[in-house]
Design a protein around this ligand. Sequence first.
Ligand code: UD1
Length: 430
Amino acid sequence: MEQYVIKGGNPLVGEVTIGGAKNAALGIITAAIMADEPVLLENMPDVSDISALLGAVSNIGASVTKRDRHTVLINGSTISDINVEYESIKKIRASYYLLGALLGKFKRAVVPLPGGCNIGSRPIDQHIKGFEALGADVKIQYGSVIAVAENLHGAHIYLDMASVGATINIMMAATLASGNTIIENAAREPHVVDVANFLNSMGANIKGAGTEVIRIKGVEKLHRSEYSIVPDMIEAGTYMMAAAATKGDILIKNVIPKHLEAITAKLQEIGCQVEEFDDSVRVSAKGRVGRTNIKTQPYPGYPTDMQPQMAAVLTTAVGPSIITESIFENRFKYADELARMGARIKVEGTTAIIEGVEGLTGARVSATDLRAGAALVIAALSAEGFSVIDEIGYIQRGYEDFEVKLASLGGQIKKIRTERELQRFIFRAG
Ligand code: UD1
């Protein structure tokens, strides 16, 4: 079992380069298999969710060739099977994108119900509603979603909530349906826009991505493309929080500052310095941060995927903060772990109340999901003394070289596998 061992207390200082967005890449990999020609994808993050999805598309017969660590060539012309195996995708939530992609391309798809981070019940009724509106017959049998369409056609679809997954999934299927589709109350996240841009680069006709109304004119087929994935706003935001929590000074490179505006605004509100450049942001903090309230919302609101990391920062704010989670029902499981580090955090339903304390102290804690794991690392880097973080597999799903990048900023962090390695780290850092 791998763990992180961390000795906190060092301000993180230096430069870090952000990779491609995991959540965009998941949609783009599945969209890529809809073409019968080779597609070259660049700026692909090397994280375990992406490897799992590449494995899954390869299992159904797509050709997947890694050119280098961040570049992959995918050719969907060789797909021989529309049945996706449970084993290959059980851990990734975004496996549901295979439904939209395969339904669009082959008018049939059999995909096991998704897994992913356990942050509350995560229904896919809006995806199914969309596929049905496009003319598909959808049923759930033996743990899989089976979607079949005699005639996949355009439709006018109104989403009950601005779901990222449903928007992308419907967009993919509608791209290869006949006629026009309108998605209303569509999600506006940058990764929705990135998947739409990528589909358009293969010959799709999608307009309005990034607004609440997306219009798709169905096309017969998609063609070859070369595409570079958008920078990961959540990875960037995580390093911004690491700077704030450790009273550091980090230049975060290869970002789109506009995507970070909600995060930037909150950091400025609590007294951090944030400077924006063309494709980088610099975050620095001195002393304890101020208090604030946060409510998670769909983009362009404050992102739910940045909620735990902000909670870690606010544990040592001057004064009480309130965090309201309005996207997922069970996203505070990390609160007990932060409490082990001395945080005063109380959860009531979808609200967490944090009484800022002067400082945290290291502890043995366990990542409860991907972003919660990142939050615990940030807390541990700011805490006095040693922490050991278990279940770091969650973190590796979405952060490439997390410990390497943090160590390059002066963080005392190491990935370890044995008690001996732990003792050696403690001896050296001691
Ligand atoms: C995506 C992101 C995830 C992020 C989330 C919200 C990926 C792979 N994951 O997840 O990191 O936290 O957006 O920004 O991109 N809902 C339904 N029915 C549905 C679909 C969604 O009730 O059919 C609900 C969900 O339970 C949730 C809300 O809608 O409460 C938003 O979910 P959604 O935007 O779909 O999130 P994901 O696509 O799963």
